[in-house]
Each structure stands twice: as C-alpha cells, then as structure tokens.
Design a protein around this ligand. Structure first.
Ligand SMILES: Cc1cc2nc3c(=O)[nH]c(=O)nc-3n(C[C@H](O)[C@H](O)[C@H](O)COP(=O)(O)O)c2cc1C
Length: 171
C-alpha cells in the first residue's frame, strides 16, 4: 500500500462543538463532510477519547463552523491541541447558542451548520456521527481554510487524535 495516496485526499478545517447539560465544548476536526442533500446530512469522525465525543454521544447534537482561510494558528491550537477537560476553551471566544442548544463558533468562521445525530458508526478509535442539518448560515464571503493550506502555508500540524495522524507521521 502506498500511504502517500492518502495525502491526496482533500479536507476542510472545522470547529465541531457540542454540549452536555449546560456544559459546552468545541474541537478542531478536518473530517466534516456532506453525506446527502435531501435530507441534508453531514458526518464527522470523532476520537473516542475527546471530550467532544462524550458530549455528542450524550446530547445527540453537534455544530460545525467552517474556518476562514486566515484563521490564526493559535485559534486552531486552542481547539485542536487542548482538551475541554482541562480548560473552558470557549471562554473569550465569539460564539452563540444555536437551535439545538449547542454552541456555534462565530469567530474565524465563514459559515456554520448544526445537526441532530441520526446514526453513529463505531470504527474503533473513532465514532462517525451522522446528523440531519437543522440550521445553517453563511457568515462571510472570505475563503475557507483547506487542510492542505493549513499544512502547506500555515505550517500547522495534526495531533494523534485526528483520523489523519498516521498519514502525517509518514511524511
Ligand atoms: C488540523 C487538525 C485536525 C483534526 N481533526 C480531527 C478530527 O477530524 N477528528 C477528531 O476526533 N480530532 C481531530 N483533531 C484533534 C482534536 O481537535 C483534539 O484531539 C482536541 O484536543 C479534542 O478536544 P476535546 O477533548 O476538548 O474534545 C484535529 C486536530 C487538528 C489540529
């Protein structure tokens, strides 16, 4: 198998958020993608060790904010390299509560969507959550950040919990 082929897959960069009771949390994910248009559904692959995983499994709702291309690395670091178990990652961040009660991160976002989980698939280290979109909107006309841009231009890295971690280790 030529693992280099996996480097050719294209992704975006998203903040995926959820809630548990009145607790809120959010993390970076590159694995948000649309599944169907009618009804509009999306999926995301979330590591079982993440606090966000616990929150989505419990509340059955999640949101995804599409990051703008010039999102600072510090913002990605806040949500992608730290756990909500250690700090309130949303403190001081511009967000609002969506229709599902989950937070919609507005800061550095060009669009958002929120979904109710209709199915989850256990894939070992991760769970794929599939959700019906219940609301979505565009915030800005700025370009969105691709996973490639994050790596090639912003020189960002990816932690062990991301589905694409092994692929990156072989670079
Ligand atoms: C570029 C990038 C992409 C990531 N993609 C994913 C992903 O698709 N799924 C996932 O579970 N974690 C992904 N992560 C890792 C999580 O964001 C990270 O484990 C986070 O600290 C989890 O936070 P939490 O414990 O507060 O939920 C990614 C991180 C980065 C920096």
């Amino acid at each position: 198998m030529n693992a280099q082929a996996l480097h050719k897959l294209g992704y975006g960069m998203y903040v995926v958020a959820s809630k548990q009771g009145n607790r809120l949390n959010a993390q970076i994910a590159n694995t948000v993608f649309q599944i169907t248009s009618e009804p509009a559904t999306v999926a995301v692959s979330i590591n079982k060790s993440n606090l966000t995983h616990q929150f989505i499994q419990e509340s059955r709702v999640f949101t995804a904010s599409v990051l703008r291309r010039e999102t600072p690395l510090s913002f990605v670091g806040r949500f992608g390299f730290k756990s909500g178990r250690d700090s309130d990652k949303l403190e001081g961040v511009d967000y609002r509560i969506g229709k599902t009660g989950a937070p919609l991160v507005i800061e550095n976002a060009v669009a958002y969507l929120e979904a109710k989980v209709i199915q989850e698939v256990d894939v070992g280290s991760h769970t794929i959550f599939i959700g019906n979109i219940v609301d979505a909107d565009v915030i800005s006309d700025e370009a969105s950040m691709t996973y490639e841009y994050y790596h090639q231009v912003k020189r960002g890295t990816t932690p062990r919990t991301a589905p694409s971690y092994i692929e990156e280790k072989r670079r």
